[in-house]
Design a protein around this ligand. Structure first.
Ligand code: NAI
Length: 268
């Protein structure tokens, strides 16, 4: 451990169970000396076991639906009271598509579901940023990270409308990051993570094929949830102060490989 986050305070969205990327990140932040408030949607808190994580990391849990501005306002106010001051880091680790859940094909969407999906997966990030911005809740040189996937740039047919949601999310990070940088030197980035075996990951149709394919395509293999947690910590630390408005590929090299030997051999 490097004490990289000693003295830093934050908010972590999206730890559902021990497989969640946010869960691993919370554990690692705790090990690096950071303190934080945990939050998730009320239904997810009932369904998962976030209280175990809270106990382990000394964190308080504040329920908030990330699509509700009033919930977010309450969350940020409470976080600053509990943590005793402004925030240094925020992790947005939230994604959900109702079309994916209901098995609707990309070409046959229910648009009410589509809207719900982009609201939860992308606009919620704008809402988090806007609440933090207007409350002047971030310390200078603070860092905000959201998690994305490469389907924002390239076609993965079974990723469905989440591909569009991720493109929207990445654009919000750039657009809002500009204003947050100007206002208070806060950086905003997205990490584009490898397929990872979590509840959200398993929701993608054909997930096993998907994760095995990218494992075989990536020279370093897929990045795990723990790898993602470690990368996020560097972005929350003072070592990456000038990294902002970026979509950072964290995928074992997958995104720059045309084809790997392993995949070629399957066709020879
Ligand atoms: P997860 O299922 O453990 O986490 C998703 C979280 O979103 C859950 O904690 C859920 O409660 C939360 N959430 C859903 N609706 C919400 C709402 N209205 N308000 C507040 N929270 C809400 O799965 P995972 O994989 O850890 O997902 C975290 C992030 O990583 C997501 O953005 C996901 O798209 C992204 N990601 C995941 C990959 C994977 O293969 N698992 C790959 C690349 C990115």
């Amino acid at each position: 451990m490097y004490n990289l986050l000693k003295g830093k305070k934050g908010i972590i969205f999206g730890a559902l169970d021990e497989n969640s990327i946010a869960w691993k990140t919370a554990e690692r932040i705790h090990e690096e000396g950071g303190v934080f408030v945990l939050t998730n949607a009320p239904a997810s808190i009932r369904m998962g076991n976030i209280d175990d994580l809270a106990l382990k990391t000394g964190a308080t849990v504040i329920p908030a639906d990330a699509t509700s501005v009033s919930d977010l306002e309450y969350l940020v106010d409470q976080a600053m009271i509990i943590l005793g001051g402004k925030i240094d880091f925020v992790l947005h680790s939230i994604g959900m598509s109702v079309n994916v859940r209901k098995g609707n094909h990309y070409t046959d969407q229910n648009y009410d579901f589509t809207e719900k999906g982009w609201n939860v997966s992308a606009v919620s990030f704008h809402k988090v940023l806007q609440v933090l911005y207007h409350k002047d809740a971030m310390n200078e040189w603070g860092s905000i990270v959201a998690l994305s996937y490469m389907a924002a740039q390239r076609v993965f047919p079974d990723y469905n409308d989440m591909a569009d949601n991720k493109a929207f999310l990445e654009s919000i990070a750039r657009s809002f990051g500009y204003f947050f940088g100007k206002k208070s030197k806060v950086r905003v980035n997205t990490i584009s993570q490898s397929p990872t075996a979590t509840k959200a990951g398993h929701g993608v149709k054909g997930f096993k094929g998907f994760i095995t394919y990218s494992e075989n395509m990536s020279p370093l293999g897929n990045a795990s949830a723990l790898d993602c947690a470690n990368y996020t910590i560097t972005l929350f630390s003072d070592l990456t102060r000038k990294v902002t408005l970026q979509n950072l590929m964290h995928d074992g090299g997958f995104s720059n490989v045309g084809v790997s030997q392993e995949i070629m051999e399957m066709f020879e």
